[in-house]
Design a protein around this ligand. Structure first.
Ligand SMILES: C[S@@+](CC[C@H](N)C(=O)[O-])C[C@H]1O[C@@H](n2cnc3c(N)ncnc32)[C@H](O)[C@@H]1O
Length: 234
């Protein structure tokens, strides 16, 4: 993408009512180096969605195919796509606006700060779609399914809340199974090759959801990578 196009998208994001791009000073005290709760924490239903419906996050959403696709499928559920890359978020935000989806929003932050943005029990489910697997051992804590990150999600996930991981990375699939086991999380579903039987192993609802394909999924599928899925309750 050219620099000019990127800048144009950044500018458009600023005018999009469904894109929230909080400045660091809104949730981080530079002087003492401390993160504090953002004003939206605990207030998404009241201030953003104006309803009492469940909220689902898509982390590392990129162009937001799951947020928008699920938003179209389930108008009575709210979806928030989270990513740091504004030029990618732009695609999902634009589509949600074009389709007049009032239940889809995007939050542009580093996921490292995610727990500053939600209150206790505010979130029903988390989708993590094709995250960077960060295979190097020293990056273990930076994986979006590491104990460190799951610990952040637990602060706002409902007790019955679940985390879904869809990835082409056999490494991350296996590594997350290990994180689940070591930390005593509850594994609900695991499939190392979801298209092996044309998604027929899943319920009709989950089949419909899993048949949504993201930009990275399309790319990795073309390269012959197997697509995996995990669902767990932390
Ligand atoms: C491989 S891409 C996948 C994008 C999309 N889910 C898909 O499947 O097409 C990973 C995305 O995660 C985002 N990401 C990775 N680490 C992040 C972090 N710590 N905070 C915010 N975004 C992050 C990147 O900006 C990127 O858009």
């Amino acid at each position: 993408m050219s620099k000019k196009k990127k800048l144009l998208r950044f500018r458009e994001n600023e005018s999009f009512p469904n894109v929230i791009q909080p400045p660091l000073s809104d949730f981080f005290d530079k002087g003492v180096g401390k993160v504090r709760k953002h004003r939206l924490a605990g207030n998404w239903r009241k201030d953003i969605f104006k309803n009492d419906n469940p909220i689902v996050l898509e982390l590392g959403c990129g162009k937001g195919e799951y947020s928008v696709g699920l938003g179209k499928m389930h108008p009575d559920v709210n979806y928030i796509g989270v990513d740091i890359k504004g030029a990618r978020i732009w695609f999902g935000a634009k589509e949600a606006l074009d389709y007049n989806l009032k239940n889809v929003a995007f939050l542009r932050i580093r996921i490292d700060f995610i727990d500053a943005f939600f209150g206790e029990n505010e979130i029903d489910q988390v989708w993590i779609t094709f995250p960077d697997p960060k295979e190097k051992e020293e990056w273990e804590e930076k994986r979006l399914t590491s104990k460190t990150f799951v610990g952040r999600y637990k602060k706002f996930l409902k007790e019955e809340g679940v985390i879904h991981l869809k990835t082409d990375s056999a490494f991350l699939h296996k590594n997350t199974l290990e994180v689940i086991k070591v930390n005593g999380y509850n594994l609900l579903m695991a499939d190392a090759d979801i298209y092996k039987s044309d998604l027929d192993n899943f319920s009709p609802e989950l089949k419909q959801v899993l048949s949504l394909k993201t930009y990275y999924e399309e790319m990795f599928s073309k390269k012959g990578h197997l697509i995996t899925y995990l669902k767990f309750r932390p």
